[in-house]
Design a protein. Structure first.
Length: 136
């Protein structure tokens, strides 16, 4: 697993935990970094900060393309994979779109279901198609 993939997985873990505990993932990251002295990769910090900062916009964009699914009804892990993947797709300047999508799909395959991976691939591909027309 590449360093960025590990950073991405760590960011997802924090986003997931924040979501289920109704806490800020950024707060959880700072706790781990400062109090527990965890190794936190720079890319993990970038992802968590970005998703936390842009969460409202991310949720709007995902909702536009998540056919027949309310974000609140999605499995927590899938919702956070979509947030992470959408953030990388739209604000990951040095990351090719295909990589952002495939990394999100791999997380879904590993941590969720095959159906989730297919669904996440479809939503992110649809977001990729409208990327140029989005107001970020």
């Amino acid at each position: 697993m590449s360093t960025r993939s590990k950073a991405r997985k760590a960011a997802l873990d924090l986003l997931y935990e924040g979501d289920i505990r109704s806490r800020s993932a950024a707060e959880l990251l700072n706790t781990r970094k400062n109090e527990l002295e965890y190794l936190i990769r720079e890319y993990t910090e970038f992802l968590v900060a970005g998703v936390v900062e842009k969460r409202e916009r991310l949720d709007e964009i995902i909702s536009m393309r998540a056919k027949d699914w309310d974000l609140d009804r999605m499995p927590v892990v899938d919702r956070n994979i979509l947030r992470l993947g959408t953030f990388e797709l739209l604000w990951g300047n040095d990351l090719p779109e295909g990589v952002a999508i495939s990394e999100a799909v791999e997380l879904a395959k590993t941590l969720s279901t095959e159906d989730s991976a297919t669904y996440i691939n479809g939503v992110l591909a649809a977001i990729s198609e409208i990327k140029a027309s989005l107001s970020l």
